[in-house]
Design a protein around this ligand. Structure first.
Ligand code: FRU
Length: 441
């Protein structure tokens, strides 16, 4: 039973009645999208972490399934990825169908006899299309004796005809690349980093080949989550654009860019097996994710986003476009708007004297300001600013706002800028006020 039905989103995935963090093992297989996620099947706070599971035909309607990889007393199953081993390179399959192979981080508890409090990379596999999962006997498959080695993302690298993995040494601020012919035996090929601020954790890397619009070319994009170090404070995400030869990622001269400017966007990774780059992020922030007022579940995912690269005068930039049906289900709002320098719009939710208000304004010189200071108090956390300037070139800023029971995703300049935030309004329809030019669909 939902105790806070006003916060239960329609198209953003939420677990029925448990805690959730990062999306894991995103996989398109046989006409179905699988999303696993960091889950505490016994409560709405972080702990006892294993992999929850949900499936969807269209990335919009999700059905939650039983836990796929449960925690044990000796080992939690932290974040990772999944692939379809179509040619059974691992030998873990049976019959003609290759197995599904999931890579998770074994986060050993203090009860583990030989590796207490260490982290290493392990495998679970499924020979029934993802319904049931078996831990591999030879786990872990990569062990460095480290306490902060996690979040393996595995993909097939066509030119070298090998599997590749990116994984982090979180405290060292390094992304490590490993390669393998068979998903079981892994060799360390290179390390990327450290880059940027000290004292932040690097988490949940992904390395994706992304097509450049208007050409036949593509570039490689390294997604990185850092905690803290987010644009709006707390945890957040950046990306690097560069080249990958199957062993080494070389970033272009441009440095990291922000993947999202809002406070609630973390641990985004891409789907394996989809014919275009598609990502989903955890729509939350480690600073306050255990304290949001949703019962009996905690946390939501963003909607899925399609990625492409765009050539701009500042270099290549990612475009993110939300994956949504043309006609939206009830309870989700989509507003198109155009803002000239000096204009502002407010996204208001809730009825009565004190609606929750988020304001997006253009400064006279063309910059952009996100102001959450009049949002419902549940929506803002004292540890991070409520007002953030966001760089924007002069000229009209066109955008779209998606609002789903207080979850707000803004896409500006056709997806070159995205801003994701949770708000917790009282019940009532969302609306946009003081619009420059707004249309609602
Ligand atoms: C990122 C993260 C990962 C880790 C998981 C634990 O949000 O901290 O690095 O694997 O969450 O739940």
């Amino acid at each position: 039973m939902d105790h806070t039905p006003e916060y239960r989103p329609t198209v953003h995935f939420t677990p029925d009645d448990t805690w959730m963090n990062d999306p894991n093992g995103l996989l398109f297989h046989k006409g179905q999208y699988h999303m696993f996620f960091q889950s505490n099947p016994t409560g709405r706070l972080w702990g006892n972490i294993g992999w929850g599971h949900a499936v969807s035909k269209d990335l919009v309607e999700w059905q939650e399934l039983p836990t796929a990889i449960p925690a044990t007393t000796e080992e939690m199953a932290f974040s990772g990825s999944a692939v379809w081993d179509r040619h059974n390179t691992s030998g873990l399959g049976s019959g003609d169908e290759g197995p599904l192979v999931a890579f998770f981080t074994s986060a050993y508890t203090s009860e583990h006899p030989t590796r207490p409090r260490q982290q290493a990379q392990s495998i679970a596999y499924s020979v029934d299309g993802g319904d049931t999962w078996t831990r591999y006997e030879g786990n872990p498959v990569i062990d460095r004796g480290s306490a902060d080695f996690r979040d393996p993302k595995v993909f097939w690298h066509g030119p070298t005809e090998r599997w590749a993995m990116v994984v982090v040494e979180a405290k060292d601020r390094q992304v490590l690349v490993y390669t393998s012919p068979n998903l079981l035996d892994w060799e360390h090929a290179s390390s990327f980093g450290p880059v940027g601020e000290e004292g932040v954790l690097w988490e949940c890397p992904d390395l994706i080949e992304v097509p450049i619009e208007g050409s036949d070319a593509s570039s490689w994009v390294l997604l990185l989550s850092t905690n803290p170090g987010g644009y709006s404070g707390g945890s957040g995400m950046r990306y690097f654009v560069g080249d990958f030869d199957g062993e080494t990622f070389t970033q272009d001269l441009d440095g990291p860019r922000w993947l999202d400017y809002g406070p609630d966007f973390y641990a985004a990774v891409s789907f394996h097996g989809a014919d275009e780059p598609l990502i989903i992020a955890w729509m939350a922030n480690w600073l306050y994710s255990n304290d949001t007022p949703t019962f009996p579940w905690q946390s939501a995912m963003t909607v899925a986003r399609r990625l492409s690269l765009v050539t701009t005068d500042r270099g290549l930039r990612l475009r993110q476009r939300p994956v949504l049906p043309d006609s939206l289900p009830d309870g989700i709002n989509r507003f198109d708007f155009a803002l000239d320098p000096g204009d502002e719009i407010a996204i208001e939710t809730g009825e009565g004297e004190n609606p929750s208000r988020v304001v997006l304004s253009r400064t006279p010189d063309g910059g952009l300001i996100l102001d959450r200071s009049a949002a419902d108090p549940h929506s803002v956390h004292g540890g991070i600013p409520t007002t953030n300037p966001i760089p924007h070139p002069p000229g009209t800023a066109r955008g779209v706002v998606l609002e789903d029971h207080g979850l707000i995703e803004v896409f500006l300049d056709d997806g070159l800028i995205s801003i994701s935030m949770q708000t917790f309004p009282v019940q009532g329809p969302a609306r946009i006020v003081t619009p420059a030019a707004v249309s609602r669909s």
